[in-house]
Design a protein around this ligand. Structure first.
Ligand SMILES: *Cc1c(COP(=O)(O)O)cnc(C)c1O
Length: 392
């Protein structure tokens, strides 16, 4: 079977599994594996990404999911982590040392932002923050010989701003990393642009059912093996059960992404025409300020829509309370439509001015579109918009 000939949706269905044997993935719960003799045990103990030695070093079910993601990303190798943050901290702390320098963006997932603002300084790792959209600033911030890592999140969560993958892939010297969680490999493939590593929170759309906490790192084999060496010491190993759920989820990634993106585009259009809404951030909309870049590097706008209410914090809370179908919950990429008000939820630990500095308004809402019939979600959103309208 020549899998390279298939479309990405088909590849997601087949990835990580052989053509023979059970169609459903196998779950291997074992944390220890017996060796044939001393020489065999010695071989296993030092083999990178070993899956038949000890659970923290690797596990067949966990590695099957990592391999599937590697296939979808066009990567030589991949490893899993216990969460998206496990993957990100493995990359950052596994690659950087005292005196290292990281270039990253201001508009980051809240956990990643904390890692760069609170943990890195404690270890003497310098961090320069630039605006995600400002390609010139990315290039100018890289210090040849000093910068170890360039860490990008595109689209950014929750503002859905984009970084130019072509420009980033062309940066020579430091290791370039893209957190591609918001896109999934069906929408963009950063490694195709020359980026070194791609990381995912597989907790989100890759597993897609809100039943796995999981991260992945994919890229060139030597880099991934080096990171694996650090990961086994850090100990943020992934659960076999969660990886098994993720392997099952991956099979339906194509149809899930299709429905979520279609619903997102429809909702973004409705929001754009509503007077209670000040601005809509959706890369799939023609009026998105980075539409040209989105069309160049993304197959669609993605499953999340972010927007800002004219009526600020109060309007956002009224909207959220008036929804009946959408859940008020963190996370994204699952079967149910989820709504997040960053100012009171994921970014509540920041002061309003700090939120404003990273592009998060007090009346900002991020919706992760689910798999509902589009008429049901749009009806729910339209009636909640009317309720929020009274606040503006
Ligand atoms: C959720 C998320 C993470 C962190 O993933 P966890 O699985 O929650 O640790 C990192 N980056 C992005 C863009 C995310 O959305």
């Amino acid at each position: 079977m020549n899998r390279l000939a298939h479309h990405p949706e088909t590849a997601a269905l087949l990835a990580g599994r052989s053509a023979e044997g059970g169609l459903a993935p196998a779950l291997e719960p074992s944390t220890a594996f017996g060796a044939a003799d001393a020489a065999d045990a010695a071989r296993r103990a030092v083999r990178p990404r070993v899956t038949d030695f000890y659970g923290r070093y690797g596990n067949p079910t966990v590695q099957a999911f990592a391999d599937a993601v590697a296939e979808l990303e066009g990567a030589e190798a991949a490893i899993c982590s216990s969460s998206g943050m496990g993957a990100i901290s493995t990359v950052v702390l596994g690659m950087c040392s005292q005196g290292s320098h990281v270039v990253t963006q201001r508009q980051l997932f809240s956990g990643t932002l904390q890692l760069f603002t609170q943990v890195c300084p404690r270890f003497g790792i310098g961090v320069t923050f630039v605006d995600v959209e400002d390609t010139e600033a990315w290039l100018a911030a890289v210090e040849p010989g000093r910068t170890t890592l360039v860490f990008v999140e595109t689209p950014s969560n929750p503002t859905l701003a984009l970084a130019d993958l072509d420009a980033l892939g062309a940066i020579a010297g430091p290791i370039t990393v893209v957190d591609s969680t918001m896109a999934t490999p069906l929408i963009q493939r950063p490694l195709d642009y020359g980026v070194d590593l791609v990381v995912h929170s597989a907790t989100k759309a890759l597993s897609g059912h809100n039943d796995a906490t999981l991260g992945v790192i994919a890229g060139e084999k030597t880099l991934v093996n080096e990171l694996w060496g650090y990961a086994v010491v850090q100990g943020s190993s992934a659960s076999a059960f969660d990886s098994w759920n993720a392997l099952r989820g991956l099979k339906t990634l194509g149809v899930r992404i299709e429905r979520q993106c279609a619903n997102a585009l429809q909702v973004a259009s409705i929001l754009s025409a509503h007077s209670a809404v000040a601005e809509v951030f959706y890369p799939g909309l023609d009026r998105h300020r980075q539409r040209e870049l989105a069309a160049r590097q993304m197959a669609s706008g993605g499953g999340c829509v972010t927007f800002e209410f004219v009526g600020g914090y109060e309007a956002a809370c009224t909207f959220v309370d008036a929804l009946h179908l959408a859940y008020l919950a963190p996370s994204l990429g699952g079967p149910e439509t989820l709504v997040n008000h960053p100012a009171s939820m994921t970014h509540a630990q920041l002061a309003p001015a700090e939120r404003a500095a990273i592009g998060i308004g007090e009346g900002m809402i991020r919706m992760s579109m689910g798999l509902e019939h589009p008429d049901d979600v749009t009806a729910d959103i339209c009636s909640a918009l009317q309720a929020a309208h009274t606040c503006s």
